[in-house]
Design a protein around this ligand. Structure first.
Ligand code: GDP
Length: 422
């Protein structure tokens, strides 16, 4: 059984044009699944990969794409001590017309990267998605993209997230330089600068001391960060005032993780996905701060026969229960039903009950979508996301389960949002 602690199911939410496609492409490149990449700004992306994707009907806008990330990275390279994380990136459509689709995807993801343009800040669609994420209590980290553009202003966006979205946005970094001169970031946790190598477009970097003229600002924001998460670690604030150097990085990370999962804060980072700057750090933050299916815990459903409430743990030994969140047609394999498995285990070739239709249907194949290929897998287990082939009748929102243990997940209990106001 896979260790669910290392699984992350997350989406990237953004207003159109903020750079979601570019960022997703970068992620798939860094995670080693793509070797050639289309540059979006040069018109339609036209690499072999994209051509092939178009033909096969799976793209990075596939409902869910899977990849692996080696965490942590050292100087942009995989270190011997890395830990492999398994990502399912769930598509959250950025266009206003797809609001209902965003809603569906929100149900199956555990965390979000909220992407903003450093020039345009909080835009109408960011607000819509934000409200939906509040409704489903989805923890998020903020990534302020396009720091290389004229007019880029990281702290302006941080303020907008506070004021317009009512969230306690807390910078984890401060940019070093902006616009053409955007060189790197100060990591407020480590209290050190990171400057990317221009010739490798941010793929590698040097650690540098905090620039002299930023020291005061860094101290201020580092204090804000510690204060914002202090209630999640009793000793943090004490240490901060007594001897800030006695705080370990791990202590801060853990407090940020708890505060993020609790929706108390939204950690904010910045970069330029177009220039390959900062995306890798954001992926490390996904591992560090966004919840795993274990953190999310049990889900609640209804027994369709008795009307009783049932809970299921994210555990492969529980009875199988899954939710279909997107139906797509692939020219090669036919109808694909993307689903999230909340509990249990399902072998390809076996039968599941669709509670709505009352039919037991055979899943001929279970597929995982990677950047450049579709891989059939033998089984799927709790916490994971895949696509099923073989359904005769299926709709978005259908619960799929073990016929001996029927459950309906559609009426999943959704608590009222509690978001701390800055
Ligand atoms: P989406 O609509 O959110 O998927 O946005 P895209 O990824 O398609 O990006 C929209 C436009 O912004 C494209 O022309 C990209 O090349 C450009 N872009 C994306 N990220 C950046 C960035 O970090 N810096 C700059 N200067 N341009 C970017």
């Amino acid at each position: 059984m896979a260790d669910l602690k290392f699984q992350r199911n997350f989406g990237i939410a953004a207003h159109i044009d903020a750079g979601k496609t570019t960022t997703t492409e970068r992620i798939l490149r860094y995670t080693g699944m793509i070797h050639k990449i289309g540059e979006v700004h040069e018109g339609a992306a036209t690499t072999d990969w994209m051509e092939q994707e178009k033909e096969r009907g799976i793209t990075i806008t596939s409902a869910a794409v899977s990849c692996q990330w080696n965490f942590p990275t050292v100087k942009g390279k995989a270190d011997a001590n890395t830990k492999k994380y398994y990502f399912n990136i769930i598509d959250t459509p950025g266009h206003v017309d797809f609001t209902v689709e965003v809603e569906r995807s929100m149900r199956v993801l555990d965390g979000l990267i909220a992407l903003f343009s450093a020039v345009d800040g909080v835009e109408p669609q960011s607000e819509t998605v934000w409200r939906q994420a509040n409704r489903y209590r989805v923890p998020r980290i903020g990534f302020v993209n396009k720091m290389d553009r004229a007019g880029a202003d990281f702290l302006m966006v941080v303020n907008q997230v506070r004021e317009m979205l009512g969230a306690k946005a807390v910078p984890l970094q401060l940019p070093i330089g902006a616009e053409d001169n955007f060189k790197g970031v100060v990591d407020l946790i480590r209290n050190t600068g990171i400057v990317w190598h221009m010739e490798t477009e941010g793929m590698t970097f040097d650690e540098v001391p905090v620039p002299e003229d930023m020291k005061e600002e860094v101290e201020h924001w580092r204090g804000q960060l510690i204060e914002a998460v202090a209630e999640y670690d009793d000793t943090l604030l004490e240490k901060f005032f007594d001897d800030p150097n006695s705080i370990s990085e791990d202590e801060i990370h853990e407090a940020i993780r708890k505060a993020t999962i609790d929706l108390s804060i939204v950690p904010m980072m910045c970069g330029s996905s177009f220039k390959n700057k900062g995306v890798q750090t954001a992926l490390d933050a996904v591992c560090r701060y966004l919840p795993s299916p274990v953190d999310v815990g049990a889900i609640t459903g209804i027994n369709p026969d008795t009307g009783e409430e049932i809970t299921r743990m994210p555990n492969a030994r529980e009875p199988f229960a899954a939710l279909a969140f997107k139906i797509m047609t692939d020219p090669f394999v036919g109808r694909l039903a993307f689903f999230r498995c909340y509990s249990g285990h399902l072998d390809a070739g076996s039968y599941v009950l669709n509670v709505r239709s009352g039919k037991n249907e055979r899943i001929s194949r279970i597929m995982k979508m990677f950047a450049n290929k579709q891989n059939p897998i033998d089984f799927i287990e709790a916490g994971d996301i895949a696509a099923a082939v073989g359904f005769k009748e299926i709709k978005t929102g259908d619960t799929l389960c073990d016929e001996n243990h029927p459950i309906v997940l559609e009426n999943m209990f959704i608590p009222e949002p509690v978001i701390a106001v800055a």
